[in-house]
Design a protein around this ligand. Sequence first.
Ligand code: GLU
Length: 467
Amino acid sequence: MSIKTRFAPSPTGYLHVGGARTALFSWLHAKKNNGQFVLRIEDTDLERSTQESVDAILEGMEWLGLEYDEGPVYQTQRFDRYKEIIQQLLDQNDAYYCYCSKEELDNLREQQMANKEKPRYNGKCRHHVEVKEGVNPVIRFRNPEDGIVVLNDAVKGEIKIANKELDDLIIARSDGSPTYNLTVVVDDMDMEITDVVRGDDHVNNTPRQINILKALGADLPRYAHLPMILGDDGARLSKRHGAVSVMQYRDEGYLPEALLNYLVRLGWSHGDQELFTRDEMIQLFELSDVNVAASAFNTEKLLWINHQYIMNSEPELVAKHLSWHMQQRDIDVDSEGPELVEIVKAQRERSKTLVDMAEASLYFYKDFDGYDAKADKKNFKAGSDDVLADLLAQFSQVAEWDGTALHNIVLATAERLELKLGKVAQPLRVAVSGAGMSPSIDVTLALLGREKTLKRIQAAIDYIKSK
Ligand code: GLU
């Protein structure tokens, strides 16, 4: 039978790193087996679900390139189907109405806590339903009383739960709306999901879901519960640890390929290999190789991986993503300056993120505001205006604006004026870029072009004179 997996986020926030890792593993398991991957939006909690968050999840999936074969399926569009199943369970006597009031249930819980018992529903209405006028009952699943549920988790191994540990859970609220455990079961059954890959915060729900699936005569999927992701401090990963939204990583200059590569290593390994192409991930991924223990998020490592991807990916691909960052900075890369691919080649060794790269490349496209104070003080001294004027005169004469030719002029000028190369090249660098760091001077000048270079050298001369 072919494999079908799903990612089933609740749209109550952005797509965070943990969700993205779950989506990735689920996607990989499907791809690896030539199976299907479904995106299901679990939006039945009307109070907490928002369209904004649906959009954020879709945007995150798209940015990461986690394409789905089916969906997005919205649970809110399947209410009729859930009602039908709830009715079926009632008809089969696998579910019953429960009129117990909140007060009764609260008292029960208090008593159980006082007796140091696990708080659970006592099954009062299971045996004898007392209809109360004017009360809308909830509907509970009649969980089997005997036997054990055996779950062979692909990650955690065998888990056994005795049915007497499980109480009769609510499958429909008093307003008739279905609860999480019911909707998941109906969807996994209807969509013919063969493998449920999800966070291990759901592992306690699984035996209950298995019992409902059995009551419905459905085939049981295989389950794989993924360990938690912790922050570098060992606590569960949360906003406190900085960026947790996938799109925030885009904003901070990460390549989606780098983030995916980082995420695949969170809880999964293949020997000590760190870098995987998408195809390699698909080929090598096995759910059985997922760690049981939680894994810790390590921003330093993510940064290292990002730098590897910036340096080693096709410059065209990096340029495509860099283009977004330039747009964010109001740079019209098509009309104002050099090809972005050339920028990528010139800057990739020194840029760990695309934000670094974009920030360090603005001067190729638009004039900077003032000079970096340190670079100014160090390089714009009395006399450096004469050096710049000397260069300007020669640069104005070159027939073809070529990096090597310009570099040779800089070298020859230093020799003729009996100056160290730095005394010529550094003032020039600050003049054209505004700061003391840029790619090599030949590359910088070539990328900048004749017009901007000449104009900026003249501006620097005027500035030094005015000091
Ligand atoms: N909607 C659930 C969540 O976002 C996931 C349910 C599932 O994967 O079964 O936590």
